[in-house]
Design a protein around this ligand. Structure first.
Ligand code: ADP
Ligand code: MG
Length: 311
């Protein structure tokens, strides 16, 4: 006999301990209750992953659980918020206990790693659709926004660019001599929580790179009413991505492919010395609108279009 909805929640998604003092009431009632410490505000975000849109049918459920939570925590990271709690809405075609065990393992081990409480959700039947709402704390008035980049700011990036895009190509049959690192970046991204926290009071603007650097930096430029120039030679590209570019000639992949989940942020030159996180200076904010790329001695205009679902 299939297990009941309540038994399913109890068995797979009820965590043993509550990790944050802001979680006053967790799973089991009609609502969870959160209490905010004085001087903080709540950052709230939600992201959905739909089978055959955001992930292939048959994707490893443990990796899926990890990635679903990671993409939401990445949004909190980009605001400089400390994650505290999440809700999880699951729409499942059927109750597959093996699948659920692996999915919950991927999801809850990342939650443990960042001390995030799973405080509620919803469980329904239908085409496989996974939604998380994530909540984090940020000192009042200090959140890192897209709208406050200033001409003259330097542009920085944590980590490297294009590895997740390469991972996607590999899972679509591109042959790579050393595929493991790129596949891991695609399937199990690391949300840059600590970097986001360290940027509070230092960065002017910040975004996480989910849809490709050109498109995501484009959001900062538009909302801050500025432009930018990136330096090709400064982009942090792994050997695997450089080999891919040599192999295919597709040099724009690291600028347009999504799923890297690194932070792209801007810092005024006066504050640049305060940066203590691992990151690379990749360009500069300019007053002239548009995104430019300086490559091989010439400057070209880049298209800022990221991935759009309805276009
Ligand atoms: P209601 O009918 O009031 O919406 P539910 O039966 O949907 O309540 O859920 C019972 C409790 O279990 C609630 O506290 C809800 O937040 C939680 N819950 C339901 N589904 C999930 C899930 N997938 N993960 C975590 N908590 C869940
Ligand atoms: Mg419900």
């Amino acid at each position: 006999m299939p297990i009941s909805e309540f038994a399913l929640i109890q068995r797979f998604f009820t965590q043993q301990t509550v990790k944050n003092s802001s979680t006053r009431l967790s799973i089991g009632d009609d609502c969870a209750l959160l209490s905010l410490p004085a001087g903080y505000e709540l950052a709230v975000t939600t992201d959905t992953m739909v089978e055959n849109v955001h992930f292939f049918a048959g994707t490893d459920p443990e990796q899926l659980g990890h990635k679903l939570l990671a993409v939401n925590l990445s949004d909190l990271a980009s605001m400089g918020a400390k994650p505290v709690s999440v809700t999880l809405a699951l729409t499942l075609p059927k109750v597959d206990e093996t699948w659920l065990t692996a999915f919950a393992k991927g999801f809850l081990s990342l939650a443990e790693r960042y001390s995030v409480d799973l405080i509620g959700g919803d469980t329904t039947s239908g085409p496989l659709t996974l939604t998380v709402q994530a909540m984090g704390l940020v000192p009042r008035g200090k959140a890192l926004m897209r709208s406050s980049a200033k001409a003259g700011d330097f542009i920085y990036l944590t980590g490297s660019l294009g590895d997740a895009g390469l991972g996607l190509k590999i899972s679509q049959d591109y042959h790579c001599a050393d595929p493991e690192a790129a596949l891991k970046r695609f399937h199990q991204p690391d949300p840059q929580i600590d970097a986001g926290l360290a940027l509070i009071g230092i960065a002017n603007a910040c975004i996480d790179v989910s849809d490709g650097l050109a498109g995501d930096l484009g959001h900062i430029l538009k909302q801050s009413n500025v432009g930018a120039c990136l330096y090709w030679d400064a982009l942090p590209l792994s050997d695997a991505v450089l080999n891919y570019i040599n192999d295919t000639g597709d040099w724009s992949m690291p600028l347009t492919a999504g799923d890297d989940y690194e932070l792209c942020f801007t810092v005024s030159p006066e504050k640049a010395a305060q940066l203590i996180i691992n990151c690379r200076k990749i360009g500069v904010i300019e007053s002239m609108s548009g995104l430019r790329l300086h490559k091989s001695g010439t400057t070209q205009l880049l298209n800022c279009k990221g991935y759009e679902h309805f276009s």
